[in-house]
Design a binder for this molecule. Sequence first.
Ligand code: C2E
Ligand code: MG
Ligand code: MG
Ligand code: MG
Length: 285
Amino acid sequence: IYTMTATYYRKGQSSEHVVLPAADMDFASQVETALDNNQFYMVYQPQIDFETGKLKGVEALVRWRHPTKGIISPDKFIRVAELTGLIVPLGNWVMRTACAEAAKWNNDPVLGNIELAVNVSAHQLKSGTLVDDILQILEETGLAPQRLVVELTESAFVQDDGQNASMMHQLKDAGIKLAIDDFGTGYSCLSYLRDIPGDYLKIDRSFVMELPGHDKAEAVIQAIVSLGKSLGYRIIAEGVETEAQSTFVKAIGVDIVQGFLYSRPLEAEALQDWAAENLPATIPH
Ligand code: C2E
Ligand code: MG
Ligand code: MG
Ligand code: MG
């Protein structure tokens, strides 16, 4: 309930006016402090390619190490960051940190040529500088654009006057890949699928959770896979937790899997240990 209204201004840089309840206001200023005080850190969740049995890439996920509340998940703070515009500096921090960490793996036998998927909020597209910001970060960190995947949810494609699509083409032209995240949960206006230059379609965890044995969930997921594949996308299933789910999604043609069955999201160092233990070295080419 909005008991109190106030306007939140990002210190010294924003003219953004948003009305937030008092509790969110307090939270927003904590997010800003957290950014200034280095309380955020990244974890990386492996994605396995069924075809090769190898690591295809990792998804970078942000965490907040709060001084008194412990570790806070992004579901709790991304929304407020979006409402206040703090998502722009936070998103830049995420992109820079993840690219810098991934570039450090350049000479690692297993992690050396994997892809790094980074979540980008539709609000970051509105800032207008997203493409330039990303290109500059790649240049500064030394990560090849071919190794970066930008994950966007359906809202970025559906509520678009053409500007988002144009940015996606710019990313594509630079060699960066594009994934549609949480597919099936949003507006599912399907026409954008054929117009945007997407590489990956990620089936949302809520569908995978009901597998196997739930006829309707199976039918939906099968339809998504065949639609996506016929449009040239590679299909990723997220939230795979059991062998039965893995077997099922493999059988219907999913290309790549991500989920607790393989690994939880790990800090960079733990990811290197995990890869060394669980995966054969990638054949150099
Ligand atoms: P997402 O992009 O769909 O990320 C997948 C989420 O599913 C992650 O939650 C991951 O930890 C979780 N997950 C993966 N496998 C399993 C599984 O087998 N079982 C279960 N129960 N969960 C699994 P997380 O890290 O809490 O992130 C939640 C959402 O917050 C993300 O959903 C994404 O939308 C957003 N997010 C996370 N990091 C960032 C970021 O750096 N920037 C932005 N803009 N959004 C982010
Ligand atoms: Mg994602
Ligand atoms: Mg997702
Ligand atoms: Mg999700």
